[in-house]
Design a protein around this ligand. Sequence first.
Ligand SMILES: [Zn+2]
Length: 267
Amino acid sequence: MKYDLQAAIKAQGRTRRASIELRPIKSTQAQADELARILVRGPALWQAAEPRIVAAYARTLGEMGAITDSPADIERELGSIADEVLRLLFELTPLLQDWSLRQERYVRGRWQANVLSAAGVDLTTVIGPADMRDPLAIWLERNLSLVRSVSDDTRARIGDIVFRGLNARTPARDVAKEISTATGIGRRRALRLASDQSSKLTASLADERRRQAGVTSWKWRHSGKLHPREEHIRRDGKLYSDDKPPPDMPGQLPYCGCAQQPVLTLD
Ligand SMILES: [Zn+2]
């Protein structure tokens, strides 16, 4: 605990309420969209490289029978695209950092505004961005590794398509369609990840802000998203504490958009 919010409110003596509920903090669609624009840049490299891969495939297919060695040409092409994605990470790192710092400012601003409006306590000089260095660093590493993993999956998927195609002597135009489907899968995965990673960082920053204030109770707030987990709907509105947490925290499981609503206990 960095400061005792409940003690500060009691000391003011302005409320007789036994408890105060703060508003849950959730990320916005605009924030997720902005993150998506960064995360789709890896899949975009694969999509832009489709003609090169298909050309290498067509060359190899044309030479088959004449040569007996493995299709090293295509492998080299796939390897060079994967390397481009790795080089892209150097460009994405500062963009992801900027995005996460803006998200930190947003969550901190919401936390301060919620505490001020619900309890009349001004936290402007009490909390700052430096408190959140660890969650931000963890989030950045996670996202860089996700960009790599989406690229690796795309490479593996295209590798399968190409080698199956060569074995079956599939025409290049048919293989081109399959490759395009594979890069599309990568792109859609990056878009889903952007939405998930936007909620995840917001949930972990909101959780840190609550704990830092010495607030140990919170209510589960269901996301209202499509395809919710039945279990999370059942938890909606239930009171939890850090001593007796549920098996998973709001926003922790993949694509969970649930949030916690801090409950300040004043008796
Ligand atoms: Zn959920």
